[in-house]
Design a protein. Structure first.
Length: 89
């Protein structure tokens, strides 16, 4: 069995607790902290969050709906999240 990664979940839509647990299971992660999405915050700014570093033990996971979420593990994941949120990386 693979080990589970620790993530800070950024909720881009209102979700129930059951939906968050389902996102944890489907992505094989443990949500350590929940953040509500704020357009004024640059989640990928250097030093802003520990998870902005690719080698960090804590990653960012953006949850867009009950069935769609992205764990940011690489630059390609960052680009995909940025295109969904219409922001610059």
């Amino acid at each position: 069995m693979l080990s589970r990664e620790f993530v800070m979940a950024v909720l881009c839509a209102p979700l129930t607790g059951k939906a968050m647990v389902q996102a944890e299971i489907s992505n094989n992660v443990i949500i350590m902290r929940r953040l509500d999405y704020d357009q004024a915050v640059n989640y990928f700014a250097d030093g802003r969050f520990i998870s902005s570093q690719e080698n960090s033990p804590v990653k960012l996971m953006f949850i867009f709906s009950n069935t769609e979420s992205i764990v940011v593990r690489s630059y390609e994941d960052r680009k995909q999240v940025a295109s969904r949120l219409a922001i610059a990386v």
